[in-house]
Design a protein around this ligand. Structure first.
Ligand SMILES: [Zn+2]
Length: 336
């Protein structure tokens, strides 16, 4: 088919303009990068600004399994012994981060144990193969009892975060909270957890003296949950923010990108109003978390806390992922 030169010209022009807009948004994100957010940008921003091919995109919102492309871990979510990689390839030592918050981790992913006066609220569960070493033994190493897990909040139903939900549900009988759409996603897994609590936006999960607030922030998946967690440093109250789903790709739909952008903006306002001044995440690379944990362990009296970054940095973090999503949206003509 011969194309009218005028139409061809305007098509090329609109592609170039879209790429300019994409480049501008990525540049806006890049200008804000620092150790509090650069890993998040690596997963959220397009690597290069050019025409998007959705055909061979490695990661999309419908994936039930493994980590974002480039994560370097076994495909298929890693559930079950057959998929378990050698321990030295993934094991990392967790530890205490705040008076009431503990990082249970692998090299790639982190889960969080919130200690309350009535038990533990666990945020995410890592891959199934890490459940014994990182969650069960990880809790014992910091003096906590896995039998005290009363709630598990699942940021989203991908294997690197929900892989151990079924095991922990069967073993310790906690209540499981997931976004409604991600319950649907997890129901398609090979050995899914039993359906339990469907999260609602603004839901407050109170256990003893502690209340965690959940926000439904679709974008990475349709039921991604973000949370605000009250923490204490040597008795001083602070507030931690976790953006529950980060990675985007050429396969992320326009609708999901628009939702991601709107919810990053919304969580920015909520975090600002609530005074969030700490960033936590569920992939260690987002904010250099393994290194940050080591610095926390080595911290001496009077030294600043490595995780207390201030309200401005929480805002910046969410602006970075928002600009990354805007870059994807700009270059995504023809995406589903
Ligand atoms: Zn994910």
């Amino acid at each position: 088919m011969r194309m009218n030169p005028t139409i061809l010209f305007s098509l090329c022009l609109s592609t170039l303009l879209a790429q300019d807009t994409g480049t501008a948004h990525k540049a806006a994100a890049t200008a804000l990068l620092n150790s509090n957010n650069s890993g998040a940008a690596r997963l959220a921003c397009p690597a290069t600004i050019g025409p998007v091919s959705t055909a061979n995109s490695p990661a999309g919102p419908g994936r039930a399994g493994g980590p974002p492309a480039g994560g370097g871990t076994a495909k298929g979510g890693g559930r079950g012994p057959a998929a378990a990689p050698p321990k030295e390839s993934w094991y990392a030592e967790g530890g205490q981060v705040f008076d009431n918050l503990y990082m249970l981790t692998t090299k790639m992913n982190s889960a969080w144990a919130v200690k309350t006066s009535q038990g533990i609220i666990l945020i995410d569960t890592l891959f199934g193969y890490a459940a014994q070493d990182a969650i069960v033994d990880g809790l014992k190493k910091v003096g906590l009892d896995p039998a005290d897990i009363k709630y598990i909040i699942v940021s989203h139903a991908h294997g690197d975060h929900d892989g151990a939900v079924k095991f922990l549900q069967d073993t310790y009988k906690p209540r499981i909270i997931m976004g409604p759409k991600d319950w649907e996603l997890s129901a398609r897994e090979a050995d899914p957890p039993r359906h339990d609590i469907e999260a609602s936006d603004g839901q407050k999960v109170t256990l003893g003296d502690t209340t965690v607030t959940i926000y439904i922030t679709p974008g990475h998946t349709a039921g991604t949950l973000s949370v605000l967690v009250p923490v204490k440093d040597r008795g001083q109250p602070h507030l931690a923010m976790e953006w529950g789903g980060t990675a985007l790709s050429g396969g992320t739909s326009k609708e999901m990108l628009e939702s991601y952008i709107a919810n990053a903006k919304r969580l920015k306002d909520i975090s600002d109003g609530a005074g969030a001044d700490v960033i936590i995440g569920n992939h260690t690379e987002y904010n250099d978390a393994l290194n940050r944990l080591e610095r926390t362990k080595a911290r001496k009296a009077g030294e600043p806390h490595p995780w207390i970054v201030g309200k401005g940095e929480v805002q910046t973090y969410l602006t970075v992922v928002e600009e990354c999503a805007k870059a994807w949206l700009a270059i995504g003509d023809g995406r589903p």
